[in-house]
Design a protein around this ligand. Structure first.
Ligand code: NAD
Length: 492
């Protein structure tokens, strides 16, 4: 990987593309409006991005529809679609450095993480679905002998992918992979806080060979461009990752218009349960810190509620405090940085307000907090004496704040873990195999980790119970979101 000086040099050489990508071409918003995107590590403006609105969305949707109806993409042979999607993934890999740099500048995340995880993860997602697309079969139903019924899966049509700012390119590719592989036209709407890598994909899509209109990028604000997509009568499906609040709004928008499918990956307030019998508490503490503070805590499955058995609580907190030291905030372009800045100063203030609220509610700050200056840095915060009823234990903070809650026994741990409106992820650390099975089964979460936090792979579904969303990203299950199921009856 490059040195800090080399990253700065690359930044100086890189000309930022800031326009939307519609029908195979970069273009400004029709009214030429723009909005600023800021580097949270410096507080300085990076660029003015095209601010698309309803009229731009209408144009993009009509091109997406035309490409779909013409069969430009869905009717290509599977081998041909596979080759184009693989080329798209390869191009991400060959533009690895620039994409990692843009992601770090736009979000404040450590360049080392963007380089080692986000960008390779994005390419791997596309590649996985490229490889899968000609391995998914239909079914034949066990009907009476004089009829034949088969069940096939057809692309759903025009898909809008609305994504957040915490892993901008990576999460976008979790959606682009299966949606494109299934033969749809896809419009990507990145967060207004992190548009640069999505925009960059436009030129790569052309180079990969997608027909115009099959992949487009609409930049803009949530309540303008995002809502225009969500209310559009010719969009068949919204695939969303973001807050639970906006997920709900999208469902209302769909209900008030054309009942488009709405798939939402939303918030989390995840429990990480540590039993006293676990044989390697140092490892559990290191992963408790990593699970909560990775990506500045701006992770939907962050391990924000640490449930520790009463008898080992103080000893365990000491270990977590030690483990958290490697997350001391640094310049994100420093390759040794493990904790960058939050997405912006407004979000930083929200996170710090939660720390103040926690203290008012009776929690104790063990370490961390504000780092003064223009950059949106917050040092990892560990809160002791939290009870699960407190707002800091119930609401998603989406920053580097760990809430420590003690429990008496297994039943108590499960009760506390499930006492949440969310149900995205949960973990249990135990050396008792039967306990691992008992607890894992009862946890209300889409992913449960035993003796690890946040293992993941494209081969497994990811998503949540309860208000953490519906549907699942990743794995073959994701195809279900982007296809319609058709039954065809033939009388013999
Ligand atoms: P957000 O909900 O504010 O925004 C997400 C996207 O929705 C952005 O592109 C935004 O422009 C758009 N949007 C906002 N208002 C809209 C509206 N009225 N209509 C249509 N689109 C609108 O979320 P965020 O702050 O970008 O991201 C943080 C949230 O994302 C957290 O809650 C986090 O838990 C969640 N998240 C969930 C997962 C998961 O897989 N479950 C993964 C990552 C992040």
């Amino acid at each position: 990987m490059k040195s800090q000086m080399e990253w700065i040099e690359l930044q100086n050489q890189t000309k930022l593309e800031t326009r939307a990508f519609i029908n195979g071409e970069y273009c400004q918003a029709l009214d030429n409006a723009t909005f600023e995107t800021v580097n949270p590590a410096t507080g300085k403006k990076l660029a003015d991005i095209a601010r698309c609105k309803q009229q731009d969305v209408d144009i993009a949707v009509s091109h997406a529809r035309q490409a779909f109806q013409a069969g430009d993409w869905q009717n290509q042979s599977p081998a041909s679609r596979k080759a184009i999607l693989q080329r798209f993934a390869d191009l991400i890999t060959s533009h690895h450095d620039t994409l990692a740099l843009l992601e770090s500048l736009d979000t404040g995340k450590p360049i080392a993480h963007a380089y080692s995880t986000d960008i390779p993860g994005a390419a791997a997602s596309l590649r996985w679905y490229a490889e899968a697309l000609d391995k998914v079969y239909g079914e034949v139903a066990p009907t009476e002998k004089d009829v034949h019924a088969f069940i096939s899966h057809q692309p759903i049509g025009v898909v809008a992918a609305i994504v957040p700012w915490n892993f901008p390119l990576w999460l976008a590719c979790w959606k682009l992979g299966p949606a494109l592989a299934a033969g749809n036209s896809v419009i990507l709407k990145p967060s207004e806080k992190s548009s640069l890598t999505a925009i960059y994909l436009g030129q790569l899509a052309n180079e990969a060979g997608f027909p115009a209109g099959v992949f487009q990028v609409i930049t803009g604000l949530g309540h303008e461009a995002g809502e225009a997509l969500a209310r559009h009568y010719d969009v068949n499906c919204i695939t969303f990752t973001g807050s639970t609040k906006v997920a709900g709004q999208l469902m209302v928008n769909s209900g008030e218009t054309n009942l488009k499918r709405v798939w939402a990956e939303a918030g989390g307030k995840n429990a990480n349960i540590v039993f006293a019998n676990y044989s390697n508490l140092d490892q559990a503490a290191a992963e408790a810190a990593g699970g909560c503070f990775y990506n500045q805590g701006e992770v939907c499955v962050a391990a924000t509620r640490l449930l520790v058995e009463e008898s080992i609580k103080d000893e365990f907190i000491d270990k977590v405090v030690t483990a958290a030291q490697r997350f001391a905030p640094k310049d994100p372009l420093d390759p040794s940085c493990c904790m960058g800045t939050l997405i912006d100063n407004e979000h930083k203030q929200k996170v710090l307000d939660y720390v103040t609220l926690a203290q008012e509610e009776g929690a104790t700050v063990i370490c961390g907090g504000d780092v003064k200056g223009d950059a949106a840095f917050v040092a990892p915060v560990i809160l002791d004496n939290v009870s699960n009823e407190m707002r800091v234990a119930q609401e998603e903070i989406f920053g580097p704040v760990l809430c420590v809650i003690s429990f008496k026994d297994e039943e108590d741990a499960i009760r506390i873990a499930n006492d949440s409106q969310y149900g995205l992820g949960a973990a249990v650390w135990t050396s008792d195999l039967s306990q691992a099975h008992r607890v894992a089964k009862q946890l209300e979460a889409g992913s449960v980790w035993v003796n690890n936090y946040n293992e993941g792979d494209m081969t497994v579904p990811f998503g949540g119970f309860k208000m953490s969303g519906n549907g699942r990203d990743k794995s073959l299950h994701a195809f279900d979101k982007f296809t319609e199921t058709k039954t065809t009856w033939i009388r013999l």
